[in-house]
Design a protein around this ligand. Structure first.
Ligand SMILES: Nc1ncnc2c1ncn2[C@@H]1O[C@H](COP(=O)(O)OP(=O)(O)OP(=O)(O)O)[C@@H](O)[C@H]1O
Ligand SMILES: [Mg+2]
Length: 357
């Protein structure tokens, strides 16, 4: 017996009540922010409280919801249990538990291990969010590479600590001598710094255990039906497998459907191209829930538009016309008639114009 493909909706995410972290990621501009906003709206209907976080330096939750957000969770207008916040990994770093010793040490460390500063602020943010007690947290992540780097954080920090220990052994008591000579307090001592780093590592390890638990965490891959996006999605899925992070949903956005019996050669060619890649997605990810979203003529902006678009997350999209039916043929004939009339009028106009000239 042939296995039936998993349902092409995101209902499975809404039904998985144990979920605590939902990551939404993919290539730039494919619809990550739109999809995370809508997932958050849908989750708010079935879970007690939801927080959607953008970790993209180019914040765009504010654009999607048409409401200003900051690094403090803010209630989204029109909701009682949906909150949003935007954090900038780069700027946040200035607000780490602060003292000069740690700061300069961190910048040393940053030079030694690229990405550690972002990872640190990510850790801080996670620590904060964990104490806030939301039922589920949706991450609108920055384009692919960035997110995966953050998820890789524990090993990054591990390397940092190793380097630190190596330095410590190499230079012996030099650092503690220096702190004494310059009359710095105990909190600047290398033990204090190491303590803070270890503390950070604990948080991150705890969070990482959660990220690797498929009951608690899942990653939703957003893409579009094009070669580069298919390729990038495959890379993303492989990386996630490597990091042991669960992924079983793919959202294919911006699908062109044969609305109103499209006559445009360009659109028809695009549709054929898209179908080729959709078939490949179906083949490669036959054990994933693959949700297809139609390309709209306009942007998906504001709560109302997001709510309206959310219907396509719950039931597979059906264009109003089905190919090959009598209804479709009628529609095509009437479209052709209108086009013929328009062409005749245009021809008349041209001929009259010539007559005058
Ligand atoms: N199916 C769609 N039909 C029409 N417009 C869409 C659709 N999906 C998203 N958009 C619009 O496309 C733009 C980009 O979408 P979005 O911001 O969600 O992408 P993103 O992946 O978050 O981009 P970035 O990588 O820049 O953060 C937005 O203006 C959004 O309203
Ligand atoms: Mg975005």
């Amino acid at each position: 017996m042939e296995m039936e493909a998993p349902e092409g909706t995101v209902r499975n995410i809404l039904e998985q009540k144990s979920l605590k972290w939902v990551f939404v990621g993919g290539k730039g501009g494919v619809g990550k922010t739109t999809c995370s906003s809508i997932l958050a709206i849908l989750l708010a209907q079935v879970r007690q409280s939801v927080l959607v976080i953008s970790t993209d330096p180019a914040h765009n939750l504010s654009d999607a919801f048409q409401q200003r957000f900051t690094k403090i969770p803010t209630l989204v207008n029109g909701f009682t249990n949906l909150f949003a916040m935007e954090v900038d990994p780069k700027i946040e770093n200035d607000e780490l538990p602060n003292d000069e010793g740690i700061d300069s040490f961190l910048s040393e460390l940053t030079n030694a291990i690229p990405g550690v500063d972002e990872a640190m602020s990510f850790a801080e943010m996670l620590k904060l969010v964990q104490t806030m007690d939301y039922s589920v947290i949706v991450f609108d992540t920055a384009p692919t590479g960035h997110t995966l780097r953050l998820l890789q954080f524990p090993s990054t920090l591990e390397k940092g600590l190793e380097k630190f220990m190596a330095l410590k052994n190499k230079f012996g008591g030099l650092l503690s001598q220096a702190t004494r000579i310059f009359g710095l307090g105990d909190e600047f001592s290398e033990d204090a710094m190491l303590g803070k780093l270890e503390g950070m590592k604990d948080v991150i390890e705890q969070v990482n255990r959660q990220f690797k638990d498929p009951d608690l965490t899942t990653f939703v891959c957003v893409c579009i039906p094009e070669f580069l996006s298919l390729y990038e999605t495959e890379r993303l899925v492989q990386e996630l497998t490597k990091f042991e992070i669960d992924a079983h949903n793919i959202i294919i956005n911006q699908v062109i459907y044969d609305e109103e019996a499209v006559e445009s050669k360009l659109l028809k060619a695009r549709m054929r191209m898209q179908q080729k890649y959709i078939d490949q997605f179906n083949m490669l990810y036959d054990d994933f829930h693959i949700t297809k979203l139609p390309l709209l003529p306009e942007e998906v902006c504001g709560v109302q538009a997001l709510r309206k678009f959310s219907q396509h997350f719950l039931s597979p999209y059906k264009p109003p016309l089905i190919r090959g039916t009598v209804e479709e043929l009628r529609q095509r004939i009437s479209t052709l008639k209108v086009q013929l009339e328009e062409a005749k009028l245009e021809l008349d106009r041209l001929q009259k114009g010539k007559g005058k000239a």
